[in-house]
Design a protein around this ligand. Structure first.
Ligand code: EPU
Length: 344
């Protein structure tokens, strides 16, 4: 298969700027797609030249540990369409290549509410349903009506309803049965036109109280979330990272009780059925890793759940650090940490 038949495919591209860890890694072939026909053409190239392909969104949940000897397809379709409006709600269809935070800002400007607690989450709209992104008391599953995806086996567009997406904590069908079988292309959201402020989680209320805001608007909540995130999470434009590196582990109450014997201050959140969720950041901090720096990479000093590349680190070193942390937390607390990021 001659590459010159595909002028939109480039060769030997460095992807450092196309993911948030800021690591040097290359792919053999690279292309950006704006339409289904461009996606199909890229897939044809990969098939006929017998190369694997990798779908890339905003690259905010990726740890590259080696070069990719295949075709990276970056989803770059754009557009936000108002599909339906009632007296209380709107339904919007958003193309997967839109930037998540810009969508949140635009919805606030339009008076469409429900996603403001998820301000400043890095990444693209297409990645949001994949791992059911969430922050400060809201998960994206609460506002998704349906997801349009390209079925890689049947080679056609399909639609899943919210229930069919089988959303869970940082989980969906796209990480399970449809892993490597679907390319998320459009997400339809149902948002509210009635402002309401969700501020039960964490520090949001304290930040608003501190500013003397007693009846906050959704924009005030968004500003508070941005303030909290900026105060503890590193900005990927300055320090490479992929947000939370691990999921918060869900364990049985008896495991939690045994941790509490040595650490009465241990935190937990109910997770149903005799289970609790323990903050992984707390476990990693108590195991002594918070702020640990090994050369040009390490564990963030203000949030132990975030591994960072201070510049020039290798993905394989960060992966090794993650495995060392997993081993140590397992030994000290008997809890297995699962990685949230996708490895290459
Ligand atoms: N904690 C520590 N030490 C640390 C970090 C956290 O003791 O180094 C404690 C905090 O004091 C707090 C608790 O752990 O009591 C929870 O911390 P935080 O509110 O920062 O949230 P998190 O559980 O660490 C989760 C999400 C984040 C999301 C925040 C806020 C996961 C894996 N992470 O983090 O999502 O922004 O809640 O809602 O569920 C992401 O997924 O990439 C992400 C950033």
């Amino acid at each position: 298969m001659a590459i010159d038949q595909y002028p939109e495919i480039s060769e030997n591209q460095n992807l450092r700027k196309l993911h948030t860890f800021g690591l040097d890694f290359r792919c053999r072939y690279f292309t950006e797609v704006n339409s289904i026909s461009e996606l199909q053409s890229a897939l044809t190239f990969a098939k006929e030249s017998s190369h694997p392909f990798l779908i890339l969104g905003g690259g905010s949940n990726l740890l590259p540990t080696k070069d990719f000897e295949g075709l990276v397809i970056r989803i770059a379709n754009h557009g936000i369409a108002l599909l339906e409006e009632t007296s209380d709600t709107v339904r919007i269809g958003v193309q997967a290549g839109e930037n998540w935070h810009q969508l949140v800002m635009q919805c606030l400007e339009n008076g469409w509410f429900g996603i403001e607690n998820m301000s400043l989450i890095p990444g693209s709209v297409g990645a949001a349903p994949m791992q059911n992104i969430g922050a400060y008391g809201v998960e994206v599953k609460q506002v998704i009506e349906q997801v349009h995806y390209y079925d890689l086996e049947k080679k056609e567009m399909k639609i899943l309803t919210n229930a069919e997406c089988r959303f869970g904590y940082r989980e969906s069908i796209f990480k399970q049965e449809l892993k490597d079988k679907a390319v998320i292309w459009q997400v339809d959201f149902r948002l509210s036109k009635q402002p309401s402020a969700k501020m039960e989680y964490g520090d949001i209320k304290a930040v608003l109280d501190g500013k003397g805001i007693l009846q906050p608007s959704p924009k005030d909540v968004s500003d508070a979330v941005i303030h909290i995130r900026q105060s503890k999470l590193p900005d990927p434009a300055e320090i490479g990272n992929a947000g939370s590196f691990f999921k918060n582990p869900v364990v049985s109450v008896s495991v939690y009780d045994s941790i509490k014997q040595n650490h009465p201050e241990a935190l937990s959140y109910p997770a149903g059925d005799g289970l609790v969720k323990i903050p992984a950041g707390w476990l990693i901090e108590k195991a002594g890793w918070k702020g640990k720096t090994i050369g040009n990479y390490g564990v963030h000093a203000r949030q132990a759940l975030v591994l960072v590349n201070y510049g020039g680190a290798k993905g394989s070193d960060i992966y090794q650090l993650a495995k060392d942390i997993q081993k140590d937390v397992l030994m000290k607390f008997g809890v297995e940490l699962q990685m949230e990021v996708n490895l290459i």
